[in-house]
Design a protein around this ligand. Structure first.
Ligand code: KQY
Length: 350
């Protein structure tokens, strides 16, 4: 699996629509997704999958350069339901199609019917005429990060959670990751960001910025539950070695907030029995680490006026050869994720 900073043929996204996850009939979220697509489209092709019902609206809100194709889905998290694109030894692009169970199935999953989501990866690969490997293994793209040189980062909270692959032990999961993704070294962090409904996806906590270097969401308030989580991750990272036996350089990126769902925001979300409730006052799993590396840009979430500027400056230092673009992302966060979660890179092969 190539690293995210390697050249992309393009980016895939899905259009948000369901009113029991996105407030006000998803209109504010759609504007936020359109802004993310527009930012990425400045440096690479973007394809948006939309339902038939939303085709005209999406087309109208998205820049003309964004390709809009009809793909049905249960929600709008291409990172997790899309394929994981691979490059084989002959530089040909291939796609892994993981099983998907809405972040935990009947045991804590976010919604009850994920049958359309589970077909998204196959549909993307059909559109691209890219050979598909269907894995008999539940995994979401947001639960892994790689350096493109054989190292994978993940969390125990997610990958060892019995609501994903209850029959598999740690060693078996490692073998499957090695086989499907071509990695040799797996760095297991403990828990992900506090109150992350994905059961601690690593893409909200920590990622590689280049081989041998990671950025970790950070919190200096010992009263905040994120304090211990970030320190525990740091302890693991400081002892870890990557696939080339290098020690990792760890950059800390202070978290925004803490941020919470407001009364007005919660009031705009429809309640439905098949979908996780989003009550007012709930702590949001906000993190600046959930950014996306596009061909010439880093697209980062703007979440908190008090900290956005410092976070953007920190990312600009980490990515000196890319322009850092901030996109307001609170509406995406209200639905349970951020910019990395809604995007999926397709590497350039031959
Ligand atoms: O972390 C991600 N990759 C996705 C977040 C999805 C949240 C579901 N509501």
């Amino acid at each position: 699996m190539p690293a995210e900073w390697e050249p992309h043929a393009g980016t895939w996204m899905l259009w948000p629509e369901r009113p029991d996850n996105w407030r006000d009939n998803a209109a504010p979220a759609q504007r936020a997704y359109a802004a993310v697509a527009a930012a990425i489209a400045r440096s690479e092709p973007v394809t948006m999958g939309v339902s038939a019902a939303q085709f005209e609206r999406a087309r109208a809100l998205l820049p003309p350069g964004v390709r809009v194709v009809e793909i049905s889905s249960n929600d709008a998290w291409m990172r997790d339901v899309g394929p994981t694109f691979m490059i084989d030894r002959r530089r040909r692009v291939r796609g892994v199609d993981w099983m998907f169970n809405a972040w935990g199935g009947k045991d804590g999953g976010v919604y009850a019917d994920w049958s359309l989501d589970d077909q998204v990866a196959a549909k993307v690969l059909e559109i691209e005429s890219t050979p598909r490997y269907r894995a008999q293994f539940v995994l979401e793209g947001g639960s892994i990060h790689v350096d493109g040189q054989g190292t994978l980062l993940t969390t125990e909270e997610c990958l060892l959670n019995p609501n994903r692959n209850p029959a598999l032990r740690r060693g078996q999961i490692e073998s499957l990751l090695e086989r499907y993704l071509g990695v040799r070294e797996i760095v297991w962090l403990g828990r992900g960001v506090f109150n992350d409904e994905t059961d601690g996806h690593v893409d909200n906590l920590c990622c590689f910025v280049r081989p041998g270097e990671v950025v970790l969401t950070w919190c200096d308030d010992p009263e905040d539950p994120q304090y211990d989580i970030s320190r525990a991750a740091w302890e693991v990272l400081v002892k870890a070695k990557d696939a080339r036996r290098r020690r990792l350089k760890i950059h800390k990126l202070p978290q925004p907030g803490p941020l919470y769902m407001s009364e007005a925001e919660a009031a705009g979300i429809e309640r439905s029995p098949g979908c996780r409730p989003r009550p007012a006052g709930e702590r949001l799993a906000a993190s600046y680490v959930n950014f996306y590396i596009a061909n010439r840009q880093v697209v980062m979430p703007l979440l908190d006026a008090r900290t956005d500027r410092a976070a953007k400056a920190a990312l600009a230092k980490l990515f000196p050869r890319r322009t850092v673009i901030g996109v307001p992302a609170r509406e995406i966060l209200l639905g349970g994720g951020s910019i990395h979660c809604i995007t999926q890179q397709q590497p350039r092969g031959i």
